[in-house]
Design a binder for this molecule. Structure first.
Ligand code: GTP
Ligand code: MG
Length: 349
């Protein structure tokens, strides 16, 4: 896969350079070269970063969003156990990472400063919750002293995470804090995400019906990690809901390039856990496609395929402007790309 993505990048880069060297005065060719450069930077290089992240053993998928959008409630709906403390108002104050363990419920507090790991075992999720709640809402200074390394780890028989996936519930940003403490809090969160997390689901609350400047700003700092926008507190039901979803996505998708939109009502999902078309199911399916390296590679391959199809479609306009029927591809680079694409059984037109 790495070779394929590399060859794809080289194809655009070599072709761009070749076009730029065509005789002077053909300014529309310049537009075509510029398009190839932008496509390479915006669409292909992120695939390269993702490839580096998906090969890890401990793949961390995280939710991020303004405080109170419902991240922890959604965590409970997805994990199907009461292990994500939540409340109205700023709640989660330290990242909590959830991992599968088939034998027992455990809470681990890592203190990197003193090089110790405190491990507590519990008979049930409910018993763990009693201790976790206090640590999550009011962590002690020693819990937070590791800055972006501060976190709690919850292990237990959470079926969704079977196979090695790690799920992180993070503190919300944008809570009413003094300007200084808010900036520090957000920096620590961004640092945690950049250091420990491989993929982010960006949560927006449907009840706000807007995307605030702080959400836009926060997305800009971690956009390269985001695959999905999860719209929480989605109250609309049935046919009306489908129409409303399209409208919502149409209104905001430009702000979240390359992200897929999913809509959930976590409260309803918790109240009706056995409902066949439970609201959390789309998200649970998303988790299944991240479970192991092979699943993640399959997903990445389909994204490379999609990038190629989008490229062909988007090339029409700059080609027309250049008065060319086809792209003057760099021949050797094209042959290399086609060879790798055939090896990876990539479906390209
Ligand atoms: N009506 C409705 N309320 C919800 C839904 N999801 C969450 N809430 C409520 O929203 C409030 C905040 O929920 P949390 O899950 O704690 O929000 P959070 O994003 O984790 O908040 P922070 O940890 O502070 O970032 C709680 O009172 C929840 O009961 C939903 O789908 N519908
Ligand atoms: Mg929370």
């Amino acid at each position: 896969m790495e070779q394929l993505i590399d060859e794809f990048i080289w194809l655009l880069l070599d072709t761009e350079n070749y076009i730029r060297k065509l005789p002077q005065g053909r300014t529309n060719h310049e537009q075509l070269a510029e398009f190839l450069r932008i496509f390479r930077e915006k669409r292909l290089e992120p695939l390269h970063w993702r490839l580096q992240r998906i090969n890890t053993q401990r793949y961390v998928l995280s939710m991020v969003g303004l405080t109170n959008v419902g991240k922890s409630t959604l965590a409970e709906a997805l994990l199907e156990h009461p292990v994500a403390p939540r409340k109205n108002g700023p709640a989660t104050a330290i990242p909590v990472e959830y991992e599968y363990d088939c034998e027992s419920w455990q809470l681990r507090t890592i203190d990197e400063r003193n090089l110790t790991v405190m491990e507590q075992k519990f008979d049930s999720a409910q018993a763990l919750f009693q201790v976790l709640e206090k640590k999550v809402f009011t962590p002690q200074p020693e819990d937070l002293s590791n800055g972006s390394d501060a976190k709690l780890i919850v292990k237990g028989p959470m079926k969704l995470l079977e196979g090695g996936l790690v799920f992180a519930d993070t503190p919300g940003f944008g809570a009413a804090q003094t300007a200084d403490s808010s900036a520090t809090h957000e920096n620590v969160l961004v640092e945690y995400l950049q250091k420990h997390v491989h993929e982010v689901m960006f949560c927006l609350s449907a009840s706000n019906a807007m995307v605030s400047p702080s959400e836009k700003k926060f997305f800009e700092s971690i956009g390269h990690l985001c695959s999905t926008v999860v719209v929480t507190k989605w109250d609309a039901e049935d046919e009306q809901s489908e129409h409303d979803k399209k409208q919502y996505e149409g209104k905001f998708s430009e702000l979240f390039p390359m992200c897929r939109f999913l809509f959930v009502n976590a409260k309803r999902a918790i109240e009706n856990p056995n409902q066949q078309d439970s609201e959390a199911q789309d998200l649970q399916s998303l988790f299944q496609t991240r479970r192991n390296k092979q699943e993640r590679q399959t997903l990445l391959r389909s994204d490379v395929e999609r990038a190629y199809k989008d490229l062909i479609e988007l090339l029409r306009k700059p080609l027309e402007a250049a008065g060319l029927p086809n792209v003057p591809w760099h021949k050797a680079a094209l042959a290399n790309f086609q060879y790798e694409a055939a090896k990876e059984k990539l479906k390209i037109p």
